[in-house]
Design a protein around this ligand. Structure first.
Ligand code: HMG
Ligand code: MG
Length: 298
């Protein structure tokens, strides 16, 4: 059966905004995060402590984080290396995420490392974060398909998942970075992970909606027992280092489906939609989310 409750891991302020062309004022980002928390999202990924030249859009992390750190919500941040961890811990961050790749091409493009060099880079990050009492999420990109390499073999994904957990990550997020996954593939990966001793209690799923499959994939994951779903308010998002990565699964579309299934999320859909409409005004273009469009007067 389906779970009674799902935790939504909101990534709009990070995965969404990292990809915007226009410079978004730090205060607008802070307001966005505040509104997302007010809409009932209890996990709102805030920003990334990455190299500012690699992701200029999030170069204001030092200014942004203190503007939101008083919020009740969990505020995870991305850190690729010890330099990033130092920056995050100095501001009191208590939930961090490393982000690996299942494929060599994307490890190179996103982290300037091989898959195993990236894992070696994460090892001291995870260890030190755990010592500091922080919760650690391990993202894994390109779990289904890769724009340079095509379909990604399931065992290749399972190997890196195991490595991240063995390093001490508390949870994983399986990324369909370019949105090519379909439900059968999702079930196959989750089944293989299960057989490798990776239970659904440590698995989150992170779908991009490039081919319109994100909700179908989410339903497959729910049926498999997954209860942590990543989504991005208004469907913002993409990844600057993955060609053809477009919007994430929109949080509103997800909440609409979960409400219909009778699954608790704690999210107020009207408030959330109003937030995405407000953000769309800031960005100067309408939200791509079907649910935002359907619920907002035009
Ligand atoms: P590199 O060029 O190999 O860096 O980049 P390096 O380790 O050689 O260091 C070079 C210089 O950068 C040094 O300075 C470091 O101090 C500095 P120097 O000594 O030369 O003066 N530096 C930093 N400065 C500030 N903060 C830091 C930092 N690190 C090094 N953290 C690096 C390697 C990992 C840094 C770079 O590749 C990088 O920042 N990549 C981040 C890319 C990124 O953020 N991508 C988007 C997030 S992933 C994603 O969106 C996918 C996801 O949504 C899931 C999915 O959909 O699949 C999560
Ligand atoms: Mg993503």
């Amino acid at each position: 059966g389906l779970p009674a409750r799902v935790r939504i891991h909101e990534v709009g302020a990070r995965d969404g905004l990292q990809n915007e062309q226009t410079v978004i004022p730090t205060e607008v980002k802070a307001e966005f995060i505040r509104r997302l928390a007010d809409a009932g999202l209890d996990t709102v990924e805030a920003t990334s402590f990455v190299h500012p030249k690699w992701v200029p859009q999030l170069a204001d992390a030092e200014r942004l984080f203190p503007l939101v750190s008083d919020l009740d919500a969990r505020l995870p941040v991305l850190v690729p290396n010890e330099r990033g961890l130092d920056r995050a811990l100095a501001l009191g961050a208590d939930r961090i995420a490393v982000f690996g790749s299942a494929t060599e091409s994307f490890a190179k493009a996103n982290l300037n490392r091989t898959v195993d060099e990236a894992l070696a880079m994460f090892a001291p990050v995870v260890a030190r974060a755990k010592d500091a009492g922080a919760h650690v999420r391990g993202y894994l990109s390109m779990c289904f398909g890769d724009p340079w390499e095509g379909p990604v073999p399931v065992p290749q994904v399972v190997r890196v998942c195991r490595a991240l957990l063995d390093q001490g990550c508390d949870e994983l997020s399986l990324g369909d970075t370019i949105g090519v996954a379909t439900p059968g593939h999702v079930t196959a990966l989750l089944t293989a992970l299960n057989e490798a001793g990776v239970g659904t209690d440590v698995i989150g799923v992170h779908f991009h909606d490039t081919y319109g499959q994100a909700l179908a994939n989410t339903l497959a994951a729910l049926q498999h027992g997954v209860t942590t779903i990543d989504a991005s308010a208004g469907g913002l998002g993409g990844c600057p280092y993955a060609k053809s990565a477009t919007g994430n699964l929109a949080t509103e579309d997800l909440v609409w489906m979960l409400q219909g299934l009778g699954i608790e999320t704690g999210v107020d859909l009207d408030r959330l939609t109003a937030t995405s409409v407000w953000m769309a005004e800031q960005l100067g273009r309408p939200s791509p989310s079907r649910t935002v469009r359907a619920l907002s007067p035009s």
